[in-house]
Design a protein. Structure first.
Ligand SMILES: Nc1ncnc2c1ncn2[C@@H]1O[C@H](COP(=O)(O)OP(=O)(O)O)[C@@H](O)[C@H]1O
Ligand SMILES: [Mg+2]
Length: 331
């Protein structure tokens, strides 16, 4: 069946309310997506179909996992870690401007065929800049989830070799592998690539490292979304920095965002901190998202271990006191 046949079949089955035909067409689409190695899309379709046909979820997912060939060979496995993304943008709290710039990229990627028919490639290079614990890694995963493609995380400890040639050839291998499919290729601590050797080698060596990195970046096809994360973008070579079409600052949470995070935590565990959000956010202001999360978990642990005493307000007060003693940043 061609793509348009499948589309027509799907609409026809939907319009007629023919559930069996609908299921058949979707199964064909799933099979095709697997052939194209679009495993994340196939899995998502299977899950949707499963909800629809009310069959045993585990059975289908198990079948899917068993049918997935081992795509990462053993040598590559040490260089890159491939995972099906689980975190979605809805799980995260961040400002609208971050969301908007990423939504543009998602739309360009999803409608790449149209752009390409005009001879224009979708954007595919994002640099996330900011202090640790504020969602750079999570955003890379959410981007993959939203694009319904796998997340490939580069493992620096195995990539960085003692010689430039070695490192470059490993990066080449990673990019060749990544290019075979649509995916998000994530480089955490991106500045490491230049910096590591920058400390110990002469300037000629640094130039060669940067120019080989530039060549590698330029060779990445537009269907591979490359996400670089860094705490120190000032350490990145400017030519490398400019290669990223979208550069987003990922700051620590604002007070309003801390409040949203607290509310999300309450919802997730079906509890109430029984404390004014404004007071809590004022006391916590200055820490990272992940530290706010850790504060909530500390409260939660105390709460659970103190049950049946349910004086949450008191527990929050105590935790805040210890917290303030540990962190001199408050007030
Ligand atoms: N924007 C955010 N919204 C909600 N939770 C967040 C956010 N950023 C970070 N977190 C929490 O902090 C943890 C660590 O974040 P991570 O994405 O690893 O940060 P980074 O890569 O910037 O160091 C996440 O697993 C999540 O629990
Ligand atoms: Mg990270």
């Amino acid at each position: 069946m061609t793509t348009s046949d499948k589309l027509i079949g799907l609409v026809k089955a939907g319009a007629l309310g023919d559930k069996r035909q609908f299921q058949k067409v979707v199964e064909t689409i799933i099979a095709d997506e697997k052939l194209k190695k679009h495993f994340v899309v196939a899995e998502r379709l299977e899950q949707e179909l499963e909800k629809f046909s009310n069959q045993n979820n585990q059975k289908i997912i198990k079948k899917f996992i068993e049918s997935k060939p081992n795509t990462v060979d053993s040598k590559l496995e040490t260089l890159v870690n491939e995972k099906n993304p689980k975190i979605s943008f809805d799980d995260l709290v961040f400002s609208h401007h971050i969301q908007d710039s990423l939504l543009e990229l998602i739309e360009e990627q999803n409608r790449a065929d149209i752009l390409k028919s005009y001879g224009i490639a979708p954007r595919n290079r994002v640099l996330l800049i900011g202090p640790p614990g504020n969602g750079k890694t999570s955003i890379a995963e959410a981007l993959a989830e939203s694009l319904m493609v796998p997340l490939l995380v580069v493992r620096y400890e195995s990539v960085i070799g003692s010689y430039l040639g070695e490192t470059a050839s490993r990066l080449r291998q990673i990019i060749d592998y990544a290019s075979m499919q649509k995916c998000v290729l994530f480089f955490d601590e991106f500045e490491t690539l230049g910096k590591e050797r920058g400390d110990s080698h002469d300037s000629g060596e640094i130039k060669r490292i940067v120019s080989s990195l530039l060549m590698l970046i330029d060779s990445i096809p537009s269907h591979v979304v490359i996400v670089g994360a860094t705490n120190h973008d000032e350490l990145l070579d400017r030519a490398v920095w400019r290669r990223f079409q979208i550069r987003v600052n990922i700051p620590k949470p604002t007070r309003a965002q801390i409040e949203t995070l607290l509310m999300k935590f309450e919802d997730r565990y079906n509890i109430k901190f029984d404390y004014a959000y404004e007071t809590l956010s004022k006391k916590l202001y200055g820490v990272s998202f992940s530290e706010v999360e850790e504060f909530c978990r500390t409260v939660m642990r105390k709460y659970i271990l103190n049950l049946p005493n349910k004086d949450m307000r008191n527990i929050v007060s105590l935790t805040l006191k210890n917290w303030s003693a540990l962190n001199t940043i408050n007030e």
